[in-house]
Design a protein around this ligand. Structure first.
Ligand SMILES: [Zn+2]
Length: 199
């Protein structure tokens, strides 16, 4: 099927989004073309302004529009615990559970040599500096996904932190092996968190 160049471009851009195949991209493109122009403007503006105003929290590396983020600047949170997660979505998953009152650190990935993600690409230096500059932290809970890459990353981080004397724990494997945190239901996640074990 041949489209006008502007429509073809829209389909191509939408098709770059995760989970959007060519057919879905075409459906979305034609839906957008049928929308009132104010709604299209509002959609494009929400994308541009989110992209421009959201940055990484200088403390936990999560996405935020103010620095430090709302979790890091909340004085009711327990500053003695840091939960290390793979990505910003995992923070939302943990927060949904409402059980955990500590702080977070977002790695933005896991060590994955096969996919060319080295340790340098992760926000690990930031975690170590954070622990060195802050003597309140008593426990680091590693909640990377229970995949081979998540396990390898967890082990590496535990070896990195252990010499400092801070307790390092791993979220329990109540979650199915190879599964992502975001697909866990609240009860399973809450159990996995409570049954965490020492490295
Ligand atoms: Zn933060």
């Amino acid at each position: 099927m041949r489209y006008a160049p502007t429509i073809a471009r829209l389909i191509a851009e939408l098709g770059k989004l995760p989970g959007i195949g060519n057919k879905s991209a075409q459906r979305l493109a034609f839906h957008i073309l049928s929308m009132p122009s104010e709604d299209v403007l509002s959609l494009s503006d929400s994308i541009v302004s989110a992209r421009n105003s959201v940055r990484l929290c200088s403390v936990c590396q999560n996405y935020t529009d103010r620095d430090p983020c709302s979790v890091c600047s909340d004085t009711n949170r327990d500053p003695t615990m840091i939960c290390v997660v793979e990505n910003p979505r995992d923070v939302s998953t943990m927060e949904r559970m409402r059980d955990y009152q500590g702080l977070y650190h977002v790695l933005h990935g896991v060590y994955s040599p096969l996919q060319n993600v080295g340790l340098d690409a992760l926000k690990l230096k930031e975690l170590i500096t954070r622990l060195q500059q802050n003597d309140k932290v008593r426990e680091v809970i590693i909640a990377t996904n229970q995949t081979a890459e998540g396990e390898a990353t967890a082990l590496y981080i535990s070896r990195l932190i252990k010499p400092s004397g801070i307790r390092v724990t791993r979220i329990a494997s109540g979650l199915p092996m190879g599964s992502d945190l975001e697909f866990a239901d609240d009860v399973t996640l809450s159990k996995a968190m409570r049954a965490r074990h020492e490295f």
